[in-house]
Design a protein around this ligand. Sequence first.
Ligand code: MN
Length: 494
Amino acid sequence: MNAPVKPSKLIKGASGDWEVVVGLEVHAQVTSNSKLFSGASTEFGGEPNSHVSLVDAAMPGMLPVINEACVRQAVRTGLGLKAQINLRSVFDRKNYFYPDSPQGYQISQYKQPVVGEGEVIVDLESGESITIGIERLHLEQDAGKSLHDQHSDMSAIDLNRCGVALMEIVSKPDIRSSEQARAYVTKLRSILRYLGTCDGDMEKGSLRADVNVSVRRPGEPLGTRCEIKNVNSIRFMGQAIDFEARRQIGILEDGGAIEQETRLFDPNKGETRSMRFKEEAHDYRYFPDPDLLPLEFTQDFVDGLKASLPELPDEKKARFMADFRLTPYDAGALVSEHESADFYEAVLAGLADRIRDGKVAANWVINELFGRLNKEGRDIAASPVSAAQLAAIVDLIGEGTISGKIAKDLFEIVWTEGGDPRALVETRGMKQVTDLGAIEQAVDAIIAANPDKAAQARAKPQLVGWFVGQVMKSSGGKANPQSVNDLLKSKLGI
Ligand code: MN
C-alpha cells in the first residue's frame, strides 16, 4: 500500500536502520453553539459549571437529543476529507469511569462511525506530496475538566466542556516521520478551518491528538505501538514522535520488547513517560446506546451538504496555479491558511487586470506583506496595509506609473502612515519618469562623464548594467528602467 520509505527517512540505530510508523487520532472540537446531546452553550472560558444542562450532569432520567448542527458538521468534514459518508451510523456507550465524566460512560461511535475511509494530501517542505489515508471519523462527547490546583486536599470539577461534540479523526498508519506528522496535522487543521467545522485553536484544546508510534525494520510487519495521549501542539507532536521512536529502538536493540501502553509527553523534559498499560477495546464494554436511535441520512441530505462546501485548499491551490501561473510553492503559501487565501483573493478583486498582474500580486502578498507581518509578529487580520491598498500598489506597477523599487517605498509609507497609494504617488512626486527627453538628458550626462566606462561597455555589453544603475540613481529611482536600458543601448551602440 505504501511506497518504500526513502533511506533518508530511516532512523539509524546501533544495529542498522529502523522505520518509524505513526498513526494519529485527532480530536477536533466541532464548531457549534450547543453541545452534542444538550442545548447547553459550548462557549469557552465561562464560570466553572455555568454551561451544564441536566443531561450534561447525567441526572437520572435525562435523555440525550442529537444536535443536528453537529451532525452536519461531521458530514461536511467527511466530505472535505474526500471520505465515505455512511448513511447509517450508530452511537455506542464506551464505559469507563472518570471523575469529570458523570455519566460513567462516553457516548461515542464504535463499529459504525458516521464517516469511513478518506484521504488528505500533504505537501512536505521538500516539495514532495504524500497522501495520508483516513480510517474513519466518528462523533463523540468530550469530558469535563478536573482542577487540581484550587484546594490543597481536594480536586474540583468543571463540567462546562462535558458533552461538547468532538470529531475523532483517525488516520491510517501511513505517516513515516515526525515531519510528515506535523505536516499532516497542519493540513488537516487548515481543511477544518476552511470548512468552519473546527476552529483549530490548539491553545484552547479545540484540536489535540493521540499519537500512535511504533518502529520496525524496513519491510517487516508493524511493531507494537505506544499511544501518546492528548498532545496539544504540533511542535510537541514532532518532539514526542522523535523521542518515542528513539526510546523504542533503544529497548529493541537491547533485546527487550515493547509493551503496548499509554504514555504522556512532558514538554518541559521533551520526553514521554508511561501512564498506564493500554486497554483493549473489549475493556470498554461497548454497546449501542439504548437512548439513541441509529443516525440515518438520505443521499439527498449528503449531496446537499456537498454542494454547499466552500472551495478547499487543494482546489484553491490548483486554481491559483492555473489562472495566475503561480508556482506550487507560492500557491501553497497563499492557501495554507484560509485568511491569507482570502486576503489574496481580495487583492485580486481590486486589480484592474488580474490576469496580467495576479502573479505580481502574489509576490507582493508573499514576500512584502507576509515578510513584514512575520517580522513584526502580526496576524494578517491586523495588517496595516489592506487588500485594496495593496491592489492599488500592484496596479500602479502594472500600468507603469511607478517602478517596482518605488513601489517598495510606497508600501513602506502605506504601512506606517496609511493613505490612498494613488494619491500618495501624486502628492509625493513618486511617478515614474517616462518622459524620454528627461531620461535622455541623464543618459547623455552620465556617458559624457564616464568615457572610459563607456568604451568598456561597448566592448563588453553586459557592463551596461552599471550605467543603468547610475541613471536610475540620478533619477531618484523614478526613471522607467526599460526606457533607460533602451536609450543606453542605442547611445552606446550595443
Ligand atoms: Mn476519542
